[in-house]
Design a protein around this ligand. Structure first.
Ligand code: PLP
Length: 410
């Protein structure tokens, strides 16, 4: 993998920010977009733009073909058995809400258990709270080990015959922990429960094979994997998608409409009411082509090298606390930290003055912040276009931040 060549694909990396070359370390929030994706979007709007599945004119056919081809590309990317198991959504949040609304709210009843971890992103937490509120189901949490990993004995204790649904992130967006979702899915299936995987931080960064993982639903976002904003995916096992209710009702998702009733199309169209996310899906198809041309194994090992380097460089810095596993081996490409006595927003502001973009805040994981006993943290996250020199820039930026605030505090 030639990172210097890859960097040339990303026009935004030529930007200067506050007089410094941009060092973009916020890909877990959203990734940058390569020229190959931007050009496909531009070509679509310049040459093929039309609504899909409706008109019989030439542009309509071209747009429909491109949209359905994108579905096939995504299906191949995650090794789904068929393209019909890929539903285009607005992103991970919408995908998870659709499962909660259309599947869990219909299928779960009072006393059924939903098993989660305390490190979930709010979008894989609040939908299940809502399911519990409306059905009487109970939320159960697998405790975290001190480094944020899960102990299999705790997973086994949490999953019982009352468990109907297990939901967790494949990779934590704060701690970088990679959860053993294949093993956990097998335990869920032993008691007849389904496994919902939040793949927002895994699908962009590592090979993900839904058949190998055995997950029942997988949710992810296009914008974190070099694709446009506004598009994401819900993958589901066919038999579950068939019983799942649509969330949105209206044009295109119907079969026959009477004055007092209506019937739906088959999966996946019954879930894509209204004009779908046509350009977004086509852009995501281009992103999948781009990532595949580099290779997900290569991207994963690049992430691993960067995170190991970042842990090595940052762990010796006095006053810097790093959260999550201390080794880069079984960890996603991000490092979350705090600098003693300095608010993460201030850290981020000082870094921004040097052109370095990181994320600061609660990362949509307030219960996890409470577990870490902090209000917020800083996070640097890496992707295929980052280099060790970006991490060196972060290291020097953090040193400047430390000196600046030591002087300011006196
Ligand atoms: N889950 C995880 C682990 C995430 O990191 C994110 C985004 O940061 C989401 C869910 C939500 O993704 P989106 O905002 O694209 O719906």
């Amino acid at each position: 993998m030639n990172v210097q060549e890859i960097r040339k694909d990303f026009p935004i990396l030529e930007e200067t920010v506050n007089g410094h070359p941009l060092v973009y370390l916020d890909s877990a929030a959203t990734s940058q977009k390569p020229r190959q994706v931007i050009e496909v979007l531009q070509k679509y709007y310049e040459h093929d733009n039309s609504n899909v599945h409706r008109g019989v004119h030439t542009l309509g056919s071209r747009a429909t073909e491109a949209y359905e081809l994108a579905r096939e590309k995504v299906a191949r990317f995650i090794r789904a058995k068929s393209a019909e198991q890929v539903v285009f959504t607005r992103g991970t949040t919408e995908s998870l809400n659709m499962v909660a609304y259309g599947y869990a709210r219909q299928q779960l009843k009072e006393g059924d258990e939903i098993v989660l971890t305390p490190s979930e992103h709010h979008s894989n937490l609040i939908p299940w709270q809502q399911v519990a509120r409306t059905t009487g189901a109970v939320l159960k949490y697998i405790p975290l080990q001190p480094d944020g990993t899960l102990a299999m004995e705790d997973v086994k204790t949490a999953i019982t015959p009352a468990t109907k649904l297990v939901a967790m992130a494949h990779v934590s967006n704060v701690l970088g922990t990679i959860h053993p979702v294949r093993e956990i899915a097998a335990l869920a299936h032993e008691v007849g429960a389904i496994m919902v995987v939040d793949g927002a931080q895994s699908v962009p960064h590592m090979p993900v094979d839904v058949q190998d993982l055995g997950c029942d639903f997988l949710a992810f976002s296009g914008h974190k994997m070099c694709g446009p904003t506004g598009v994401g995916v819900l993958y589901g096992k066919r038999e579950l998608l068939d019983v799942m209710e649509p969330t949105y009702f209206g044009g295109e998702m119907i079969d026959i409409v009477e004055l007092h009733s209506a019937t739906w199309k088959d999966t996946p169209y019954k879930f894509e009411g209204g004009t779908p996310i046509i350009a977004g899906a086509i852009g995501l198809g281009a992103a999948v082509d781009y990532l595949s041309s580099i290779g997900m194994e290569e991207i994963r090992s690049h992430d691993q090298k960067l995170v190991a380097y970042a842990l090595e460089r940052l762990s010796d810095m006095p006053g810097l606390s790093i959260y999550g596993p201390k080794s880069g081996v079984n960890r996603g490409g991000l490092v979350t930290f705090n600098l003693d006595g300095v608010h993460p927003h201030d850290v981020s502001t000082v870094l921004d003055a040097e052109g370095i973009a990181i994320r600061a805040g609660h990362h949509c994981a307030q219960p996890l912040m409470r577990w870490l006993n902090v209000g917020s943290t800083a996070r640097a996250s890496f992707y295929l276009y980052n280099t060790e020199s970006d991490i060196d820039a972060l290291f020097h930026g953090l040193q400047s931040a430390k000196e600046f605030f030591q002087h300011a505090i006196g």
